[in-house]
Design a protein around this ligand. Structure first.
Ligand code: SF4
Ligand code: SF4
Length: 69
């Protein structure tokens, strides 16, 4: 799952939901079943590239996508 700026590795996600709280653009949503929880990219086109999600995630679930020309 990715936006233009960040890639989310759902396998690393521990469902703390911090990235959802910091994303001002409502890009990130949740899969929230008792047996299966992780963040997901809902609205990739809204991503501004602020990288707050990447910085706040303690589990390194987000990766920066290098800029291509
Ligand atoms: S901050 Fe990281 S661990 Fe927490 S919900 Fe987001 S991706 Fe998952
Ligand atoms: S880079 Fe910023 S706008 Fe994009 S998903 Fe992360 S917190 Fe939201």
């Amino acid at each position: 799952m990715r936006t233009e700026f960040v890639k989310l590795n759902t396998e690393k996600c521990k469902a703390c939901w911090k990235c959802i709280e910091v994303c001002a653009k409502n890009v990130i949503g949740r899969i929230n079943f008792p047996w299966h929880k992780h963040a997901k990219i809902n609205n990739p086109e809204n991503c501004s590239g602020c990288l707050k999600c990447l910085k706040i995630c303690e589990f390194s679930a987000y990766e920066l996508i290098p800029k291509t020309k």
